[in-house]
Structure formats: C-alpha cells, structure tokens
Design a protein around this ligand. Structure first.
Ligand SMILES: [Zn+2]
Length: 487
C-alpha cells in the first residue's frame, strides 16, 4: 500500500470522513528510498509527536497507543511490540523521516485501534483543515511572546534560527499571509507566509538575535513562541538598576469612533480624559522634570494593543491609563484605581473591565467574531507572565491615595481586574477611573476646568511620591563604587 493507497483505507474506516489530511503526503527520497516526514504523519493523524532534531528516539502518541522510533533503526515499537520497516528511520537536517513502509505497516494499526464509530476516534482522525484563528504578540522586558492560535492542533518545526530571523514551519496550516509589526527592540516583525502546504512563521529580529522557545498549548490550540532577549549584563539585574524614573506614558482612554462613557448632558469620556491627560502631562513635565509621551493627543481611535506597544517601544518606566466611569445606577460615584489581575476584586470590578475592554470589538469592524471570551482568555494567558503586579499595585495605591485625599470624592478603592489595555505593558501599569460621568453631580463637576486641574494635580502628587520611592530604591540598589573593578 502506498501513501496514496492509505487514503482509501482510512476513508473505509472512517465513514464520517471524506478525506484524510494525509492524502498525498509529500515524500522525499533519501539514500534511494522514499521517505515521509514523521511530523506530517503526526499532523495528519492529529497525534502527539515527541521528537527533537538531537534526540535518539521519537514517540508518536495516540490516545491509547505509543509508537517509539529510534534514529537509524528499521525496527519500531508499537505499544512495545516490534514492527520491522524496510528501511531505517532517519534524521536528515534535524527532520525525522520514516520510510513509506511505516505508513503501510504502522499507521493502519493506529487508525484501526480507534473504534470507528466512536466520537473520540472521529475527533482523533477526522480530516484536518487547520486554519489561523489569531496571531498575537506581547512584549515583556525579558522576552517577546508570539502566539499563533489555530483551529486545530498544529505540528511545528523550528527550521532555522539565524542572526536575522528564526523560521518556524507550521505543518499543514493553510492560511493567508499575516504581518505583525512589533519593533520592541527585540523583534522587528513576525510574518506568517505560505510555504507549500504549510505555514511559515518568520520571526525577524530587530537587532541581536534572541533565543527561541517553542511549545504548544491546547484549548484553544496554539503555538507559543517565547523569544528571549539576548542577555545584557546591565539589564539583567532588574529595573532598579536602570536608574531614576525618567519617562511615563499617559494613555487617554477611547477616542475617535469610541467615545467611551456618556454623561446625562452629553459629556463624553473620550473628550474629558484627553483634556485631563493633557493637564497631567504638562504638570508632570514641568514639576517632575521627566518625559511624558501620550498614546493620543487628539480625538482619534487607538487600539488597546497599540497603546501598550507604544509604551514598550518608548521604553517607558510607567504606563498610566486615564478613564471615566459609567454605571446604570446614576447615583454611583467616586474614583477607583485599577491594576491588572486575572481575578477581579468583585463583580463590579469585573463589569468595569468588561466595559473598558469593549473597545476591542470596535477594533474589528469585520472578520471573525471576537467576543469577550477571546479577550479575557488572551488576558488571563498573558497575565501568567506579568512581572509587574507588585509594582503596579504599589503605584495604584500611591496615586489613588493622593486622589482620594485631595479631591473630596468617594473612595471606591484600589481594585484588580482583567483590563486588556494593561495586559501588554512591559512596565508597572495602572488605570484610573477619575469619576462617573453617568452621575449628574459628578458630570457637572467633571465639566469644570478648575476640577480637572484638581484631578491633574492629585495624579501628579501621586506620581511624584511614587517617583521619590523609585529613585530612592534606584540609588540604594545602584552598583556601589568598587575599588576592585575598573570601569
Ligand atoms: Zn474608559
């Protein structure tokens, strides 16, 4: 039975299948014999494959079968029972190859072992048409994470990792081209391109090459690439040694076609927070002598991801997002300050996060439905790596205290929730809800220039205090002048 003949056998076994992704598996000739790449067999059967270019053994695992292959051996073990192939298993340029007889002699037993009518077996061996669901990139101080979410599990192979780019082949991923510009100092961009029947992910470095760690996760199926920054001795020791606090990115929420919360007399959150943010920026630059960059300085739309990407690119020390709140109870009032967490402090906090995360829907005028579930999933997942929760909570406390002390306003507390906009920040990050535009009394106050200045001054005072503590720590942990080490 040839590779092509196998297709027929599988169709006979699986009545629900019309084709098998293994149909016409590409073959390669090695030492005059016909071989198939093991990864393609695994991908078309949707089985788990453990094989590395350097390992002596490889394992192909279905739900109840294990096939063990040994490099340069013609004998393989199927659940411990030897099966002879007509040629040895080879590893050529890091790629595991099995002779065609593997497809004839071993694959049918894997397929036959699964009860043909059972739902489980259908899932395990159904025709696979893997498509791209999402491609996400997040920058962190020590690494950048690229996530390729697919419609079904995808086998991958890191093909090369050179000084300019790394290439990862996603076997059988049939999708169009995607380009994500990153420019975070480590990666310039990632490109997903077609390469025959596969997808080819090109990870292009901006400067020195990073080291790549790849893994797959289920539910949803995704390939996760963590690209570690090449270690610079100076940067390795932590943020404190980077010196005094020098730069803050201020993020005025919403903008453009996303107006945010709306007050009873028409005050729009996007206008209010832009004005307040500008006032804070001016004060911080004047009084603290540090640089401030704004994610927007006009009434236009900025995606949530671009807001933190900008801060990461600018290498900001802090990210402060300024918003105003809304509630269907018009009596709701007060300020609250948030930092990112996977667990919301309470259901009210969860609602605020859901409201602010709603902008993600506005980012996607068309295309696949991206519900809250997707967003929250992305956040939770990214958060696992958040290195700044402690610092963010400290920043939130200090700024929040300053606001509640000087503004004579109800104190709703420092809270945690899954804010998408904070998720990508490679620095301490908070979100301030300066008041409720939906409360008629607060809306009236929030319209006053004088009150906006008060808010700005309160935020400034909080940032000033935080900066003092930061700079003190920077001095304390700075390398003491050493007599034994020449500069
Ligand atoms: Zn908002």
């Amino acid at each position: 039975m040839s590779v092509r003949g196998l297709t027929g056998a599988l169709i006979a076994l699986l009545l629900s299948s019309t084709s098998w992704a293994g149909a016409g598996l590409p073959t390669v000739v090695h030492d005059g014999r016909t071989y198939v790449e093991l990864i393609r067999v695994a991908a078309s059967l949707q089985t788990k494959l453990d094989a590395t270019p350097a390992s002596t053994r490889a394992q192909l695992r279905t739900r109840d079968q294990v096939v063990t292959l040994t490099r340069n051996w013609a004998q393989v073990l199927v659940n411990g029972k030897p099966v002879m192939l007509d040629a040895p298993v080879r590893v050529r340029r890091g790629v595991w190859l099995v002779p065609e007889s593997f497809v004839d002699r071993v694959v049918p037993t894997l397929v036959a072992a699964a009860p043909a009518g059972a739902a489980v077996s259908r899932t395990a061996f159904a025709p696979v048409d893997v498509t791209l669901e999402d491609l996400r990139v997040r920058s962190y101080p020590s690494f950048t994470r690229v996530v390729v979410e697919t419609s079904a599990a995808v086998a991958y192979r890191v093909e090369s990792s050179g000084p300019k780019e790394a290439r990862v082949r996603l076997v059988g991923l049939g999708s169009g081209t995607r380009i994500e510009e990153i420019r975070d100092g480590l990666l310039a961009e990632v490109r997903l391109e077609r390469a025959g029947p596969d997808g080819l992910l090109r990870v292009v470095f901006e400067g020195a090459a990073g080291t790549i760690r790849a893994s797959t996760l289920a539910d949803p199926p995704r390939l996760v690439l963590d690209v570690a920054r090449p270690t610079e001795p100076a940067a390795r020791e932590g943020r404190e040694q980077r010196g005094p606090l020098k730069m803050i990115v201020l993020d005025a929420g919403h903008g453009g076609h996303d107006s945010g919360a709306l007050g009873p007399t028409g005050l729009m959150e996007k206008d209010l927070v832009l004005d307040v943010t500008r006032r804070v920026a001016k004060l911080v630059e004047e009084r603290l002598g540090i640089k401030v960059r704004l994610t927007r300085d006009a009434d236009h739309f900025v995606t949530l991801r671009d807001r933190t990407s900008f801060a990461n690119r600018e290498r900001a020390d802090l990210f402060v997002s300024i918003h105003a709140n809304a509630h269907r109870e018009t009596a709701a009032d007060g300020v609250e300050t948030y930092f990112l967490s996977s667990e919301a402090t309470d259901s009210a906090a969860r609602q605020v996060a859901a409201l602010e995360n709603g902008a993600v829907q506005l980012e996607q005028p068309s295309g696949r439905p991206s519900g809250q579930v997707d967003i929250v999933r992305a956040i939770l997942w990214d958060l696992a790596q958040s290195e700044f929760q402690t610092e963010s909570s400290r920043l939130a406390e200090v700024v929040h205290d300053s606001m509640t002390q000087s503004l004579r306003i109800s104190n709703r507390g420092v809270k945690q929730a899954g804010f998408y906009v904070l998720g990508g920040a490679a620095m301490p990050a908070i979100l301030i809800e300066i008041g409720f535009v939906t409360n008629p009394r607060e809306e009236r106050r929030l319209k006053e220039t004088k009150y906006r200045d008060e808010i700005a001054r309160a935020i400034l005072a909080g940032l000033a205090e935080y900066k003092r503590a930061w700079d003190q720590r920077a001095r304390a942990t700075a390398e003491p002048p050493s007599m034994t080490r020449a500069r």
